[in-house]
Ligand binder design. Structure first.
Ligand code: ASP
Ligand code: MG
Length: 594
């Protein structure tokens, strides 16, 4: 019998009337011949309300008791949902996380799922009951109630679907699917029919996702088909799958507002400094976002990264200490910046995305202060006032308002072949994962085909990146990695890598640009090695960048350029140290490799 997991978020069960509506959806699925597991959130804003009650008493409630308190919200909903189903003539049983056997670690308020036992759910399902499971909660080895972090019911639902081998996991919410960008910000945003796990992971972490990003990690690891749809209508929504049926170079655009950019200027360029910096930041429990290190000059380099705006003060405190510790020159920062990114699996196969994006931004005379790229994402940092306009331009230049088939017939382009995602289908693999949410490394890769060029002081003004990458593309050069960071005194540093065979042409183009801009001569390294670690959960497991830098530092390997994304950390090192770096990283991450 097919099995389906349906998850209803807070707004979908905000009152008893809505709970009855959700119950009817579950009944319809049962009548269609499915076994049904329903996962629910707390009603409406209940969790917020519970949190504020505790805050009325103290600003520092213990995390264990917060979990006890917050988990009560879902317990109310499961009971009401079961009562609703029974009143409609259906057999149902409600279960808490503990009753199901959702085992987590003991990090209260942000616990991770370790395992799920399916016995009790199966028994109830086989007895013809609809199972109602409390989202967001689990139980640790000592029997304490834990919660998975705010918004965690999505993760519960996808994890249950994975454990039960469900045919589909439906996420019912107040939007009717996944959009090319936030429809509240841009009216032209379009609902997508299908999107890949990887694209969704990048987008979810960019704050654009309708879903908790850990839930997408689950879906990807276990190959769960997720259907995001509206609880208030019957129209079908968006499917999140391994390989979408059709795709374009860019699938979506995202905006992350309220970020702050910090730069540690003049870091002595030697092994271990990046590691020390990110170790201190991780200790302070600050989540860094875009990390950029660029090529240094005179033995010093700058490292820039972004953090959520409200972590700025705390980060500045950390940087002050670190700066002294490693002998950096000073700390520079910019408040109120926003990150605008485009994401698309097709990007890997189709060049030209970067320069198109930069050109669109420059047409509005908007300045880009930082750039990072990964195979499926390009991110740019702009000031907050320019953010919305940047998003609109970028959305429109890639014609995201059009469906892939409208675009394909227009461009007459055939479908782009895609690498299928690696999935953990077999039971053996699942068992090997001691913790269901553990980090998974898919690939550790050494690329020795590239050369690196750096423009050390280009003018920091609109249009520079656009001009540069258009000219490079015109010369027939395909660029791989692009990193722009903030230089000093209104200058920017741009580094990019290209196939070695193209180096001479690239130097020629870049030198011409340097003359035109009256900037310093380009620096280049004809034989760099690019080391990348790619996986699922890199971002939610904050210590990974640190481990990578530490491993290399311990091996005496100096990291030149750093560029990060949700699924990927890429660095360049001297070619001679590439192979050694690869072996060290393989050893360090041996247990987490698929
Ligand atoms: N009720 C929890 C929260 O509000 C979990 C969820 O809704 O996903 O964060
Ligand atoms: Mg929610």
């Amino acid at each position: 019998m097919p099995l389906i997991v349906q998850k209803f978020g807070g707004t979908s069960v905000a009152d008893t009337h809505k709970i009855l509506g959700a119950a009817r959806k579950a009944i319809r699925a049962a009548q269609a011949g499915n076994q049904v597991v329903v996962v629910v959130s707390a009603m409406g804003k209940t969790t917020d309300h519970l949190v504020s009650l505790a805050k009325e008493i103290t600003n520092r409630p213990s995390h264990r008791e917060m979990d006890m308190l917050m988990s009560s919200g879902e317990q109310v909903t499961i009971a009401l949902m079961a009562i609703a189903l029974e009143s409609l003539g259906y057999k149902a049983v409600s279960m808490t996380g503990a009753q199901i056997g959702i085992k987590t670690d003991s990090s209260h308020t942000k616990a991770r799922i370790r395992s799920i036992s399916t016995d009790s759910m199966r028994k109830a399902l086989n007895a013809g009951k609809i199972v109602i499971a409390a989202g967001f909660q689990g139980i640790d080895d000592e029997g304490n109630i834990t919660t998975l972090g705010r918004g965690g019911s999505d993760t519960s639902a996808v994890a249950l679907a994975a454990a039960l081998g469900a045919d589909e996991c439906e996420i019912y919410t107040d939007v009717d699917g996944v959009y090319t960008t936030d429809p509240r910000l841009l009216a032209e945003a379009r609902k997508v029919t299908q999107i890949s796990y990887d694209e969704m992971l990048e987008l979810a972490s960019l704050g654009a996702g309708v879903m908790h990003s850990r839930s997408i990690e689950f879906a990807k690891k276990f190959g769960v088909t997720v259907h995001v749809r509206s609880s208030f209508s019957d129209t079908s929504g968006s499917l999140i799958v391994a390989t979408p049926e059709s795709n374009t170079a860019v699938a979506g655009a995202a905006i992350a507002k309220n970020e702050a950019r910090l730069t540690l200027v003049g870091v002595p360029d030697k092994p271990g400094n990046a590691m020390r910096l990110f170790a201190r930041i991780a200790e302070a429990k600050i989540a860094t976002d875009m990390i950029v290190q660029n090529i240094g000059q005179e033995g010093r380099t700058d490292i820039s990264f972004t953090v959520p705006g409200n972590d700025l003060t705390a980060t500045l405190d950390v940087l002050k200490t670190v700066s002294e510790e490693i002998g950096a020159e000073h700390v520079d920062y910019q408040e109120n910046v926003a990150k605008i990114s485009v994401v698309g699996l097709g990007m890997e196969k189709q060049g030209g995305v970067a320069e198109k994006m930069f050109r669109a931004i420059s047409r509005k005379m908007i300045n880009i202060s930082m750039i990072t790229t990964s195979e499926i994402k390009i991110s740019t940092l702009v000031s907050w006032e320019d953010a919305l306009e940047t998003l609109r331009e970028v959305h429109s230049v890639f014609q995201l308002e059009k469906t892939p088939s409208q675009l394909n017939s227009q461009l007459n382009s055939s479908e782009l072949p895609l690498k299928p995602a690696k999935l953990l289908k077999s039971d053996l693999d699942v068992e090997r994962l001691s913790g269901m949410e553990d980090i998974l490394i898919e690939d550790i890769h050494l690329d020795q085909t590239q050369a690196r060029i750096t423009m050390p002081d280009v003018p920091d003004k609109p249009g520079i990146a656009a001009e540069m990458f258009e000219r490079i593309a015109e010369a027939g050069i395909v660029v791989d990695m692009i990193v722009q960071s903030c230089g000093r005194n209104g200058k920017a540093i741009i580094t990019y890598t290209i196939p070695r065979t193209m180096l001479d042409t690239a130097i020629e183009v870049t030198k011409k640009l340097a003359d035109e801009w009256k900037s310093d001569k380009p620096l280049y390294n004809p034989t760099v090695a690019i080391l990348s670690v790619r996986g699922t959960g890199l971002r939610s497991h904050t210590g990974l960048a640190y481990r990578m830098f530490k491993t290399l530092a311990d091996g005496g390997i100096n990291v030149n350029v750093i560029s990060t994304s949700e699924r990927n950390i890429s660095i360049t090192v001297d070619n001679a140290q590439g192979e050694q770096g690869l072996q060290l990283l393989k050893k360090e991450f041996a247990n987490e490799m698929i």
